[in-house]
Design a protein around this ligand. Structure first.
Ligand code: AMP
Ligand code: MG
Length: 326
């Protein structure tokens, strides 16, 4: 197939994104608008309203920045699973509308899979262990025999949401991760319960503990430092075991929490100790954005898959339920 352009659309959670990627993997644009609040968390209907408000503008910007017109687009790829249903629907409906009005090919892809494959594209690493730490998800994943297998995961909330929950409890606003990273720089260790169960991790108890410490007057700096050290060490332990069991030689950190420098430093040290290569997806590709949606659309479309106007949103489809065809 000759080279073509794909328009990617992302709306599974807080971010509405649009990007143009060419089928050879060149990212021509990657635009986004994030729903933010100064206090409290994400309310699904509010997020959906935000996405409705910005969708046309963001797609227009993505086309302009890429210096292409809608006529130059061959394929529209949209994240159709998993996510917050009201938010997810905004992107899926808009992608279907654009495909229908402009006579484009359409494909719906899994957001979590896209987080992984953009990691491969950007870092150039092949067949790694993926440490996927976003708002909702915390999973250690590796490819085996046709599927991206979840080797370990959180038993309750994702690490990003855990950090955001603590942030909400102490009034840091949303998203709290970057603020926690800043505060942690001036903190010292106070005890929190380290919670690894087999290959799985658990964060909700730690957050409750952290919020109680705040009520008792322990400084946010100390709690943030301890939260990071405890939760990140738990992830490193599971990631190391995944490398040991699978015998893979590299590790990619992806998802919004992957923006955290301290987490990268700890993972890098663990990988070096085992002779494995570590890479974190660069900041602009670590969190939710549409370049990854476009790229995964290209991979699956090239492997022969395509959707039509019956494409529906699926708020739950897991990463390990998607057959790897690409
Ligand atoms: P995602 O769902 O992949 O877009 O990731 C969003 C999550 O990443 C939110 O829960 C943020 O709090 C978290 N996050 C963003 N930046 C950082 C950071 N520097 N340190 C820790 N967590 C972060
Ligand atoms: Mg995500």
């Amino acid at each position: 197939m000759s080279k073509y352009h794909c328009l990617g659309i992302e709306s599974t959670a807080h971010t509405f994104g649009a990007a143009v990627v060419s089928s050879d993997g060149t990212i021509l644009s990657n635009e986004r608008e994030m729903h933010q609040t100064t206090s409290g968390g994400m309310i699904p209907m509010e997020v959906a309203k935000h996405h409705e408000r910005v969708k046309e503008e963001v797609v227009k910007r993505a086309l302009e920045k890429a210096d292409v017109k809608m006529a130059d687009i061959h394929l529209i790829s949209v994240a159709s699973s998993p996510g917050l249903l009201p938010a997810l629907r905004v992107g899926v409906r808009y992608a279907k509308q654009l495909a229908n009005e402009n006579g484009k090919k359409l494909i719906g892809i899994n957001h979590c899979v896209a987080h992984l494959t953009i990691g491969d594209l950007i870092t150039g690493l092949k067949d790694p262990v993926y440490i996927y730490v976003s708002g909702v998800n915390t999973q250690v994943i590796a490819y085996s025999n046709g599927y991206l297998r979840v080797l370990g995961e959180t038993l309750d909330v994702g690490l990003g949401n855990a950090l955001d929950k603590f942030g909400r409890d102490v009034g840091l606003g949303f998203p709290a991760g970057p603020k926690i990273e800043q505060l942690a720089k001036n903190g010292k260790y106070v005890g929190l319960t380290y919670s690894v169960k087999g290959m799985d991790v658990s964060f909700s108890g730690i957050v409750t503990q952290a919020s109680r410490l705040a009520e008792k007057g322990i400084s946010n700096e100390d709690i943030c430092y301890s939260l990071q050290e405890t939760c990140f060490a738990m992830l490193c332990e599971v990631a190391e075991r995944a490398l040991a069991h699978t015998d893979k030689k590299s590790c990619i950190l992806i998802g919004g929490v992957g923006a955290n420098k301290r987490l990268c430093e700890m993972m890098d040290k663990m990988c070096k100790g085992r002779g494995a290569t570590f890479a974190a997806a660069p900041l602009q590709y670590a969190g939710d954005q549409a370049a990854m949606i476009a790229w995964q659309g290209i991979l699956e479309f090239n492997a022969g898959r395509e959707d039509d106007q019956s494409l529906d949103s699926d708020p739950r489809l897991r990463v390990d339920e998607v057959k790897v065809t690409w």
